[in-house]
Every structure is written in C-alpha cells, then in structure tokens.
Design a protein around this ligand. Structure first.
Ligand code: SF4
Ligand code: F3S
Ligand code: ZN
Length: 103
C-alpha cells in the first residue's frame, strides 16, 4: 500500500501537470508518487480504473507509462484541487495505491 507518511519519507523530485512528484524516480521502471492532497503511488497502480470511474469530481486522468512493470498507464491526480474528500477512490483501489489527506 502507499506510504501515508510519504511527505516525510520521500523527497519532491519533480512536478507534473501542476502537482508534486515524490521520488525516487528512475524511468521507466520507477515512477514515484504523483500528487500531494490526492496522492497516487504510480509504482503500485495496476490501471484498474475504479478511481477514474468513481471519483465524483473527475480528479483523475490517465497518463501513459510505457514499460512500467505494473501497467502501461496510471491514474494521475491531475485535478487534485477539486477533491471533496469523499474517500471513494481510497476505498475502491484494489492495490491501495491512493492516499487522500482529508485532515
Ligand atoms: Fe475523488 Fe473522492 Fe478520491 Fe477526492 S477522495 S479524488 S473526490 S474519489
Ligand atoms: Fe490505479 Fe488503483 Fe486507480 S490501480 S487506476 S489507482 S483504482
Ligand atoms: Zn502526475
């Protein structure tokens, strides 16, 4: 599962579409965590798609990640500022790749 303490245990190494990327990143095999309020561990995401289907405010968008060992696309929290903290995405992700900091 995604480390809920990733803010402390990882470093910001980049930004992507206006959100933070938390390392380590070593493309294409290791992609890190995207987002801060809504965080997706790209190295865990298997492209299940439940988060995209269920998010009521369309926070997520697919990004292509060719040659990643788990999946060739990831749910990117492109619109994390729109999140209403409903926690649906956290509940439905089968690999617990998503952390929402509702505090
Ligand atoms: Fe969308 Fe709710 Fe997840 Fe926020 S907590 S990203 S609103 S599904
Ligand atoms: Fe990925 Fe989980 Fe969404 S596997 S596509 S973050 S439901
Ligand atoms: Zn991203």
């Amino acid at each position: 599962a995604i480390d809920p303490q990733f803010h402390e245990n990882r470093e910001k190494v980049d930004t992507h579409e206006g959100h933070d990327v938390w390392g380590p990143v070593d493309e294409p095999e290791e992609l890190g965590i995207h987002g801060t309020h809504v965080a997706v561990d790209f190295d865990l995401c298997i492209a299940d798609g439940a988060c995209l289907e269920d998010c009521p405010v369309d926070v997520f968008e697919w990004v292509d990640t060719p040659d990643h060992p788990e999946s060739e696309k990831k749910a990117d929290p492109a619109n994390e500022a729109q999140c209403i903290d409903c926690m649906l995405c956290v509940d439905v992700c089968p690999v617990d790749a998503i952390d929402v900091d509702a505090g």
